[in-house]
Ligand binder design. Structure first.
Ligand code: 13P
Length: 351
């Protein structure tokens, strides 16, 4: 097995998943603001140090996606945070896209992700800073008349160019085509989400194949097939899992090392329950890849709420993160149940 294939396999190791802690400065500040946490570099550093030094971190977390600012920061004793993560038994990764801009000639609210210029050089630099894998997020919004073919094509092509540059330079690419679930559109049903996921994944894998991206050396980070938050439609975990596994089995090659979902605005326990059901359906249908989490909000929300920027709350915040990591680790094995939520972890304990 190639070195990159080994890294990809470790990212989706049984019972483990990825912590997405790569919020840009703007997004991190947006999460701090309602909790009255000062919005500055030192507080963002402290917050990330708190997350990565959670006792038992590496038991359920295989890797952490970092933002550029964070991969250059040290812990309070001067050790690079990337080394702190490695010391906890997880792999450091880096967000490589530079965000989204309005898509030229696209539909209203359509975006394309940027960051390809000079990317090979940035890959070299991040490798030296300890990164083993990378992420690039494309967003596809559903509304009247969108997505357009232009939007899907432009984003799929950029994802494939990024993935090829990563593999050539020595990083495992996480390929993230996110179909947004928070659209305003009332007709954003489960069925429409399914159709847009099909369209998106088909194009993404066509572009990846045409640039000879090696599937064994990548991880797919998709959204789940879920009705839009304002659709008024409620779908059960079983319906979401059936739709999600069907679309993935149809369009994702068996050689892909693994699939790690984003949470995308689901509730914390909802994200665990849905991942669990997806694994149960996947097992019953002999899906070929491990299916795990690469959550941002659904892992961090309780932890940031407990921390609130106060050193006195570090143990409580770490316990909250360990709880979500453990619940999602179990969900990635199809062994989660809501009853387990009622058995809180001891303060500071990973298990
Ligand atoms: P959420 O789980 O909060 O959607 O974030 C995951 C992520 O990395 C989005 O790019």
């Amino acid at each position: 097995m190639s070195r990159l294939a080994e890294v990809a396999k470790a990212m989706v190791a049984p019972g483990k998943g990825i912590l997405a802690a790569d919020e840009s400065t703007g997004t991190a500040n947006k999460r701090f603001a309602p909790l009255d946490i000062p919005q500055n570099e030192e507080m963002r550093r402290k917050y990330r140090e708190m997350l990565f030094t959670t006792p038992g971190f590496g038991e359920y977390i295989s890797g952490v996606i970092l933002y550029d600012e964070t991969i250059r920061q040290n812990d309070s004793r001067g050790k690079p945070l990337a080394q702190v993560i490695a010391g906890a038994g997880a792999l450091p990764g880096i967000k490589l896209d530079t965000g989204t801009v309005a898509l030229a000639l696209g539909g209203p609210d359509e975006k394309v992700t940027e960051g390809l210029d000079g990317l090979a050089k940035r890959v070299d630099e991040y490798l030296k800073l300890g990164a083993k894998f990378a992420k690039w997020r494309a967003v596809i919004a559903i509304d009247d008349g969108i997505p357009t073919h232009r939007c899907i094509h432009a984003n799929a092509h950029a994802l494939a160019r990024y993935a090829a540059i990563c593999q050539a330079g020595g990083l495992v690419p996480i390929v993230e085509p996110e179909v947004l679930m928070d659209g305003e559109h009332s007709k954003h049903s489960l069925e429409r989400s399914f159709v847009i996921h099909e369209w998106t994944l088909k194009h993404v894998f066509e572009e990846l194949a045409s640039l000879d991206v090696r599937f064994e050396e990548m991880v797919l980070k998709p959204s789940m097939v879920i009705p839009g938050q304002r659709s008024g439609q409620k779908a059960s975990s079983r319906e979401i899992a059936e739709a999600t596994v069907t679309v993935l089995r149809r369009w994702v090659p068996a050689a892909v090392a693994g699939i790690a979902f984003l949470s995308g605005g689901q509730g914390n326990e909802e994200a665990s329950a849905n991942l669990n059901e997806i694994n149960r359906v996947a097992r019953a249908r002999s899906a070929p890849w491990p299916l795990t989490f690469s959550y941002g909000r659904a892992l961090q929300q309780p932890a940031i709420g407990a921390w609130r920027g106060d050193d006195a709350n570090v143990a409580a915040a770490q316990t909250a993160l360990a709880q979500r990591a453990r619940m999602n680790g179990l969900a990635s094995l199809g062994e989660y149940s809501p009853q387990l939520e009622k058995q809180p972890l001891l303060a500071g304990a990973g298990r």
